[in-house]
Design a protein around this ligand. Structure first.
Ligand code: ZN
Length: 448
């Protein structure tokens, strides 16, 4: 049976704070910044990662030194400092794997990005008020519980830890949840029952996602639309900074206000992107049991400057990540075709492999069987069939009703999708269908 012990999910919500709660959280943020800087200083002095071997002792040392800053030691959640050192140990070891570092940078005093606060289960409590529809969290050191802006997704599951974050002036709460069997069944229901459908996905930059059944999905590219706004704010900031450096004055409040504005805008952009990717991946997992994708080397693609900007806007990695965990939750299969499989050069009908296929050619023409097809569509079909050969599964036919259901679902969720024009030469297909039969494309309704 499926091992539920390994499944941990997260939930992130905004929180509503009163003034006392705000100032208490800000005070904790300040102390975590101090703790982080303490760890950085210790490392810079000794250049030894062994100082992090005992984070509990290090946190005690830190508390001894900063006795007068901490208001009340009895109610102070010490775990937040211990977790800072635990995280630092992992981060620095990861950093030293590839590079040699002489000095680490300290956290600046007034910054927009604050370090996060992590609470262990012994320091917080979930409160459900009877007359309220919202859920609340009570943390050690506070009198009144904090109101969450959304309800808890999983009522029966156990919350392992909570993390407070402050990004661009917005307070957020992240929860790490160990999934219960009851809650898992509810999630599986959301993804509907199994239908044995298979799909191949080709990721491209122009039509961002091409499915093997001929649907293309476009991403909104929020960075591209907000590019002008960002550059205007950046210009203002750099002009003000230039004046400040010239007059040898510290950063003014006006600069900080502009920086906050910029941070808010970039938070907005990431939220749009994430929301969209969540919609697409959920729909895909809902409609297909077998999902195949090419294993792209994203780092290599980032070398090209023009492509890199677009790639960052599309966030392929996030698409991968979500598909992997969602298929795992719904007990479906996500297959990554290996990088060196010639998906764009291969003909989807006869299997003929072209020698050259430059990026400028948008349609695929096969010299062997005279197939004319959209370049990405051809690749998506190849990826799908590669998965079927490798896994050895027999997917069921994707009927017209299934196709319409998928289109309806995409439309309902406001996903920009369209059906590719059938560029295949139909008369050729009919007269020459022995090629089609060979790779079984007709049987499963890939090429109509
Ligand atoms: Zn061909």
């Amino acid at each position: 049976m499926y091992n539920t012990k390994q499944i941990c999910l997260g939930q992130k919500t905004k929180i509503h704070l009163n003034n006392a709660q705000k100032s208490y959280l800000d005070y904790l943020f300040r102390i975590t910044r101090l703790a982080k800087n303490y760890a950085v200083e210790q490392f810079n002095q000794t250049h030894d990662t062994r100082i992090f071997n005992d984070p509990y002792q290090l946190s005690e040392q830190f508390l001894k030194q900063n006795k007068n800053i901490i208001k009340d030691l009895t109610t102070f959640p010490i775990f937040i400092i211990q977790s800072v050192f635990l995280d630092m140990q992992i981060q620095i070891k990861e950093l030293l794997k590839n590079t040699t570092v002489e000095k680490l940078r300290l956290y600046p005093k007034k910054d927009i990005h604050f370090p996060s606060l992590k609470f262990a289960p012994s320091h917080f409590q979930i409160v459900n008020k009877k007359d309220s529809k919202k859920d609340y969290v009570l943390i050690k050191g506070l009198k009144h519980p904090i109101k969450l802006s959304t309800k808890l997704r999983f009522k029966n599951s156990h919350i392992i830890s909570i993390t407070f974050k402050k990004r661009a002036g917005v307070y957020m709460l992240g929860m790490r949840i160990k999934l219960d069997e009851k809650d898992r069944k509810i999630i599986i229901k959301k993804y509907e029952k199994k239908n044995n459908h298979a799909i191949g996905i080709d990721l491209g930059i122009k039509e961002t996602m091409t499915l093997s059944n001929g649907i293309t999905i476009r991403y909104p590219c929020p960075y591209e639309t907000n590019k002008n706004k960002i550059s205007i704010i950046n210009k203002k900031i750099s002009a003000k900074r230039f004046v400040a450096i010239k007059n040898k004055t510290p950063r003014s409040n006006n600069i900080r206000k502009l920086e906050l504005k910029l941070a808010k805008l970039s938070l907005h952009i990431t939220n749009i992107r994430l929301n969209y990717i969540h919609k697409i991946t959920t729909i895909l997992v809902r409609h297909f049991d077998y999902i195949a994708m090419e294993n792209l080397d994203v780092l290599e693609l980032f070398q090209n400057r023009i492509i890199a900007r677009k790639l960052g806007d599309v966030s392929f990695y996030e698409t991968f990540r979500q598909l992997i965990y969602k298929t795992k939750l719904a007990e479906k299969i996500f297959y990554q075709v290996d990088r060196y499989f010639p998906s764009t050069k291969k003909c989807a009908r006869c299997g003929h492999i072209k020698k050259k296929m430059p990026l400028s050619e948008r349609t695929y023409y096969c010299e062997n069987c005279h197939l004319i097809i959209n370049r990405d569509h051809n690749a998506a079909i190849n990826i799908k069939w590669r998965m079927i050969e490798d896994i050895g599964c027999l997917p069921s036919k994707f009927t017209l009703v299934d196709f319409q259901n998928l289109q309806l679902d995409l439309k309902k969720n406001n996903v920009y999708s369209k059906k590719l024009k059938q560029e295949t030469d139909m008369s050729h297909l009919k007269s020459d269908n022995k090629f089609g039969r060979r790779c079984g494309l007709y049987k499963f309704g890939c090429l109509k």
